[in-house]
Write a protein that binds this ligand. Structure first.
Ligand SMILES: [Fe+2]
Ligand SMILES: [Fe+2]
Length: 298
């Protein structure tokens, strides 16, 4: 079934009729009660890089779910509509689950609520529907679909990394947090094509796809760096180790976190006119993890 998907590599609006796999939201449960502040033992900054997912991603995911829901009336292809509906459900579930982790971190002394409020405000200003009507509304919808397609490229690439790395297991990352990020990463791999296909269906222009792709990577990188630095400052622990930037570089070198250079090195692939997200890594890895994830099975 995936063979036909992988063979599909032309960046045009495609029909979903041949694809049997359906995207759907999974009901998951996480118990954060035993998660410590530094849940990757001895890795303060790497823990905070993961924390950015709990703080920043839910706001973006909510904006993305709203944008895709807004695009539904523009999508005639029945199967693509089904995929978009499943996608909206998955992203809403991601946002809710990370919020659980966020509430737990706040309760054990990492004050993040005011930062989250700022991120929510910023995301709404940058990526909300702005109450537009008519042609302006349609153009803004297309622009956001392009931006979100670009962002989804990075969540799929990072999702693939999370599924393949053994470093986090070796370091003894808390199993609940490891399951949370791997479940999320696996669903990012699973639904990697949906926003791209919605964009190709509704707009399909290469110039907008390229421009919004570059813009998406240019927005995500500083957001990650600024948020990590903020979390390190907020960390109340007396033993936070050396300067956060030095820890960040060290964690990258030891592959505890994905390299920030990903935001540059992935661009040529995304910008290829023949690129399609189904060309990214193994879908089987994602589905295998989802079949055994404790949160999914629980
Ligand atoms: Fe997500
Ligand atoms: Fe996603």
């Amino acid at each position: 079934m995936y063979g036909s998907l992988m063979a599909e590599n032309s960046a045009t609006a495609r029909s979903y009729q041949e694809e049997a796999h359906a995207i759907h939201a999974r009901d998951v449960h996480f118990d954060f009660s035993t998660v410590p502040l530094h849940y990757i033992p001895g890795e303060v900054v790497a823990t905070h890089v993961v924390n950015v997912m709990h703080l920043v991603l839910p706001e973006g995911e909510r904006a993305m779910a709203a944008c895709l829901a807004e695009a539904l009336p523009e999508i005639a292809d029945e199967r693509l509509r089904e995929e978009v509906t499943g996608f909206v459900g998955q992203e809403s579930m991601h946002a809710g689950s990370h919020e659980g982790a966020r509430a737990h971190l706040q309760s054990i002394g990492l004050d993040v609520d005011s930062y989250v409020a700022k991120v929510a405000w910023l995301v709404d200003r940058a990526l909300g529907d702005h109450g537009l009507t008519g042609k302006a509304k349609q153009q803004w919808l297309r622009e956001r679909l392009g931006l979100f397609a670009g962002m989804e490229h990075f969540t799929a690439v990072i999702g693939e990394w999370l599924l393949e790395t053994s470093t986090l297991d070796e370091l003894g990352m808390h199993p609940t947090m490891l399951d949370l990020v791997r479940w999320h990463g696996a669903e990012e791999v699973e639904h990697r094509s949906v926003v791209f296909d919605a964009y190709m269906h509704v707009d399909g222009g290469y110039a907008r796809r390229a421009r919004t792709g570059v813009l998406a990577s240019a927005l995500l990188l500083p957001l990650f760096v600024v948020s990590t630095a903020y979390l390190y400052r907020q960390d109340p622990s007396p033993r936070k180790g050396r300067f956060w930037g030095a820890q960040f570089v060290s964690a990258t070198r030891r592959q505890v976190i994905p390299s920030f250079t990903t935001f540059f090195t992935e661009m040529p692939r995304y910008l290829s006119p023949r690129f399609h997200p189904s060309q990214l890594g193994s879908m089987d890895n994602a589905l295998r993890y989802l079949a055994q994830s404790p949160a999914v099975r629980g």
